[in-house]
Ligand binder design. Structure first.
Ligand code: NI
Length: 386
């Protein structure tokens, strides 16, 4: 029974979590963390694969005869942030901090690997996926590019993030979009510079750029379903440096946020179309650089059902919220979720007092939720591979 295991296991995992917290490592540089993870998994006699996407680790636990397989994923990287906490396990790596709780995610998944290999109560394969570089560099994308799902075929994949502001140990399991896709763009307009008093001899990029900013706002207000969420924000506009000179060029930049891939495609196309229209209207030439960031994270129906039921069995109906509004923040788990049916849940980290919010220098993962997190992973695997 998991109840017999948990007290000792939770104490051990909390100590490990604090050790990881004290030694944070940034994207693709999680060497110490990855070695700890891989050693722990080898200690459980699992088949362990190191060095996927540089520091990523995957471990395999197969039981019974079923061909079914699922993946459970945790992230290992920290943030470039100076920790302001003074408790004994504060960061010893200057300018680096586990301010998003990935130390807790990693430790809890190790605890789940130990519990599942001890209890041996499922039929199929569980892959434990420890990914690097969730915060900025897209470690999940690199793992997929390096053949994560070819080497380790699985029918579903699951992720979890602690969520300050939600009661400790409660769950948020929402089907559909849960985190936004984020793209960025830079637009360079080239016209013909000239005397401000003789505009007919110039091609004015300030006017064209202003029209462009206005026209881009029509992409959301006129081309997007009012019930779909999207944001187009122009955040930079640089041009000129004298009152009597029309500048030769202007540069604009900004971000696009969406909650589904089709809308992400549509907005990129729309942006290109508007730029072409502005070129024709104002006689400028436009160079648009559009860069895709993390795709939206979208929870599929079947894994969401399993995750919801597992969470309910662990903490009870009243502690599982199922219709939370999505966050317009982004999540690298999306690269896994767009290949394999997936569910990404939020686990309440507690009220966020004293600045204990994600990416805050006062943040800390709440060790009180470790037992709940382990129970959830175990129940989830047992349910998906019953
Ligand atoms: Ni995070």
């Amino acid at each position: 029974m998991i109840n017999e295991l948990l007290p000792t296991l939770t104490t051990k995992i909390a100590a490990l979590r604090r050790d990881i917290h004290a030694h944070p490592e940034l994207a693709f540089d999680e060497h110490r963390t990855a070695a700890k993870v891989a050693d722990y998994l080898e200690g459980l006699k699992l088949e362990v694969h190191r060095g996927i996407a540089r520091t990523g680790v995957v471990a395999k636990l197969s039981l019974g005869t079923s061909k079914r397989a699922i993946g459970l994923r945790a992230d290992m990287d920290a943030l470039p942030l100076a920790e302001l906490n003074t408790f004994p396990h504060h960061s010893t790596h200057k300018g680096k901090m586990h301010a998003c709780g990935h130390d807790g995610h990693t430790a809890m998944l190790l605890g789940a690997a130990e519990a599942l290999s001890t209890l041996r109560n499922f039929d199929g394969t569980v892959y434990f996926i420890f990914q690097p570089a969730e915060e900025h560099e897209g470690g999940g994308r690199v793992m997929v590019e390096e053949g994560l799902f070819d080497r380790f075929p699985m029918g579903m994949v699951f992720g979890l993030h602690n969520w300050p502001g939600m009661p400790a140990g409660s769950f948020g399991v929402t089907e559909g979009p849960v985190m936004a896709g984020t793209d960025r763009f830079e637009i360079e307009l080239t016209g013909r510079g000239g005397h401000a008093a003789m505009p007919h001899q110039a091609v004015d990029v300030v006017l064209a750029g202003s029209a462009l900013v206005q026209a881009l706002q029509s992409l959301v207000s006129r081309n997007t379903d009012p019930l779909a969420a999207a944001v187009v924000s122009v955040t930079r506009f640089h041009a000129g440096h004298a009152d009597n000179v029309l500048p030769e060029s202007a540069v604009l930049g900004g971000t696009v946020r969406t909650l589904n891939g089709e809308l992400q495609d549509a907005l990129e196309l729309g942006l290109r179309r508007v730029c072409t229209g502005i070129e024709a209207t104002y006689g400028v030439s436009i160079d648009l650089r559009y860069e895709r960031g993390y795709p939206p994270t979208v929870n599929a129906p079947d894994p969401s059902f399993i995750a919801r039921e597992a969470a309910r069995q662990v903490v009870g109906d009243g502690q599982v919220l199922t219709h939370l509004a999505p966050s317009m923040g982004a999540e690298d788990f999306a690269y896994l979720a767009r290949v394999v049916p997936a569910c990404y849940v939020w686990l309440g980290n507690g009220p966020g007092e004293g600045g204990c919010m994600l990416h805050s220098p006062h943040y800390d993962f709440n060790d009180e939720i470790i037992a709940t997190g382990i129970r959830y992973w175990v129940r989830l695997a047992e349910r998906a591979l019953a």
